[in-house]
Design a protein around this ligand. Structure first.
Ligand code: HEM
Length: 249
């Protein structure tokens, strides 16, 4: 292809991209507006992650810093939990962003999806407040249900676990019902299978085990197969859609 032709094509592509990326809320679809809610919380959680990481790092250098007020164990936990949760918010936001476009129809059950966002955000806020306000206590059944499950990366208490599963089911319903109403595609199929695995693995981290070795084995599956399997496929789905849009194929 001649250079002039190539430049003309690139220019046309750029104009299409600019027309597509009109990011004020007037130009966003209802699904994309919900996505922006998810992205906003993801950004807040990312900064919370940095803040608590910085406090934890300071405590490496000055071990007495905030000791008895905000201990290293709590800061490290909030740092890592914030990371897991902002990434999930980012993924969910991306899927709501592309769902209408990929399915060719409106999102089914969008009101329920909006309710799920507020439920999840309320639960995350409450869980973090309890982490900060109840830093030490007895390891009873009630602690596991209400305060902290004690499993690294997924310390959220059991009530929040159940809430997260409910929210994920609503998200799953939004995705599958929307594709079923509109059109299925390769992206839709991979995404649906991935969401089954994503939700299924989370449930694996909700069993109580007496033996700590067995217990660690299960939560290891949750966090590692999340990150190393289901999250990567999810990112693949998001990248596939984005590349198709950017390249206009
Ligand atoms: C200002 C930036 C950051 C600071 C100061 C910071 C600080 C820390 C500290 C002090 C720990 C605890 C280490 C330990 O227990 O020995 C930690 C752990 C961790 N951080 Fe960060 N962090 C930052 C950014 C990030 C980012 C951006 C991510 C990922 C997106 C991240 C992911 C992790 C993970 C996964 C762990 C756990 C590592 C393990 O268990 O081995 N951190 N961080």
């Amino acid at each position: 292809m001649k250079v002039a032709e190539y430049l003309a094509k690139a220019q046309a592509q750029w104009a299409r991209f600019n027309a597509w990326v009109q990011l004020d809320s007037q130009h966003l679809t209802p699904g994309q507006q919900l996505a922006v809610h998810y992205f906003s919380v993801a950004v807040i959680l990312f900064f919370a992650q940095l803040l608590f990481g910085l406090i934890a790092a300071t405590q490496f250098i000055f071990p007495g810093f905030l000791y008895g007020w905000l201990d290293f164990s709590v800061n490290r936990m909030v740092h890592i939990n914030a990371m897991v949760v902002w990434m999930l918010y980012g993924f969910i936001g991306c899927i709501y962003w592309l769902l209408e476009d990929e399915s060719g129809t409106d999102i089914v059950g969008l009101k329920l999806g909006r309710l799920a966002f507020w439920l999840l955000t309320g639960a995350v806020t409450l869980v973090v407040l309890v982490y900060l306000l109840v830093q030490i206590g007895p390891g009873k059944d009630s602690s596991l249900w209400l305060i902290n499950e004690g499993r690294e990366y997924i310390e959220a208490p059991r009530w929040a676990d159940i809430g997260i599963v409910v929210v994920m089911l609503i998200f799953f319903y939004n995705v599958v019902a929307t594709f079923s109403k509109g059109r299925w595609s390769g992206i839709a199929g991979v995404l649906t299978l991935d969401l089954v695995a994503l939700a299924g693995l989370y449930v694996a981290g909700m069993f109580y085990m007496v033996n700590i070795t067995h217990d660690q084995y299960w939560w290891w599956w949750v966090i590692h197969l999340w990150v190393e399997a289901t999250w990567e496929v999810l990112v693949g789905v998001i990248m596939a859609w984005s590349l198709m849009k950017l390249l206009g194929v």
